[in-house]
Design a protein around this ligand. Structure first.
Ligand code: ZN
Length: 371
């Protein structure tokens, strides 16, 4: 195992940030990249990475790491330093207001030009050439801020990986996963192992999140070059939401880490004792079928249903009570599906997202993620 420190700050800065990555195995074979807490204070993800680090150290000592694994146990040191009035504030870069998990470069456009006339009928050769170009494009990125330097450092480690797992958490949530539609089959074993309550697919979520920067270019290129040039979805990237921000306990962190290692073992990247794949607890659904239930007015928020519950159209999800008049509005599900996120505070203003329900019938388009 090798630990690498990546400096993020330039000279003359009053503060200096650095990123840490742990590298297991050797380059050349199958590669997995796992990062935790791109939104900084999403502690369940960092705790899973903590458990992964000790398990990987053990597997490495036993010679059971067969491919290459990069673990970034705290992917956002800049965000970890952002605290406002005693509350961590890790979702957005305070210097720009930009979400740390948005606005990653989508290299498909540049690759379409650079690869013209250079790809052939050999899928493996195409994958190797595309990865070579991706490494070059990432290396050529000239960041002009500490946050851009961080994004470049993370992407440079992930861009040529076979598996990319971006570990996050929501406010209050049942475990759920976001991934690209062409990866649906590849993600199924992970969803079963980690017992995902909602696995949400789309070909493009909007906003350029980190997982899509690694994965979406593959199906964009396949579509562009057509069937005579085989280009598989060679990077299986997923955003894994490890429940809510206070779902911090050793038991689930250990189980999640073990599920991830088992998934990597199915990919031939680590060697594990044999196990039986558990049955999935949910069927995958299109992200376009997820309903956002937003507050129509301000008030006290009282939930009527628990996370992970299956809802039918018209089921009451929460009440919002005007504290001055007592008038109450009941919010109802507009779809049949699974309640998978809730807010972590209980007073809302108009327009706040109160809950999300994963439905199976697509009805949304455009930007599908929260800001
Ligand atoms: Zn997050």
């Amino acid at each position: 195992m090798q630990t690498i420190t990546h400096p993020l700050s330039a000279p003359h800065s009053p503060v200096s940030f650095q990123l840490t990555s742990h590298h297991y195995g050797a380059p050349g074979g199958r590669k997995a990249y796992i990062q935790a807490s791109l939104h900084a204070d999403e502690v369940p993800a960092m705790l899973v990475a903590h458990k992964l680090r000790s398990r990987l150290n053990e597997l490495d000592r036993q010679g059971k790491v067969k491919g290459e694994i990069i673990l970034v146990p705290a992917a956002n040191p800049i965000g970890l330093g952002q605290v406002i009035n005693e509350r961590p504030f890790g979702r957005y870069d305070l210097s720009t207001g930009i979400n740390f998990n948005r606005s990653y470069p989508h290299y498909a456009g540049q690759l379409k030009e650079r690869l013209q006339g250079r790809l052939g009928a050999d899928a493996d050769a195409n994958v190797a050439l595309i990865r070579e170009e991706l490494r070059a494009l990432t290396a050529a990125w000239q960041p002009h801020s500490d946050t851009a330097t961080l994004k470049k450092a993370l992407l440079a480690m992930a861009i040529d990986a076979d598996i990319v797992l971006d570990l996050h958490c929501d406010l209050e949530a049942a475990l759920h996963i976001y991934a690209g539609t062409p990866l649906r089959q590849a993600i199924e074993p992970l969803a079963a192992l980690i017992q995902s309550h909602a696995t949400l697919y789309t070909t493009a979520a909007g906003g350029e999140p980190f997982d899509e920067a690694c994965s979406r270019l593959w199906w964009d290129l396949a579509e562009h070059f057509g069937p005579s040039i085989p280009i598989p979805p060679a990077c299986v990237a997923a955003t894994v939401e490890l429940r809510g921000e206070v779902s911090v306990n050793y038991e689930s962190a250990r189980a999640d880490a073990e599920a991830i290692l088992r998934y990597l073992s199915l990919q031939g990247i680590v060697e594990m004792d044999s196990f039986t794949l558990p049955a999935p607890i949910s069927a995958p659904t299109p992200l376009e079928g997820t309903e956002r239930i937003d507050a129509p007015h301000a008030g006290m928020l009282v939930y009527l249903r628990e996370l992970g519950e299956k809802l039918s159209v018209g089921d009451a999800v929460a009440d919002i009570i005007d504290p001055f008049t007592g008038e109450t509005t009941t919010l109802r599900s507009g779809v049949d599906g699974v309640l998978f996120t809730r807010l972590s505070h209980r007073y809302v203003i108009r327009g706040m997202n109160v809950a999300k329900v994963a439905g199976a019938v697509p009805f949304r388009s455009g930007n599908l993620l929260s800001l």
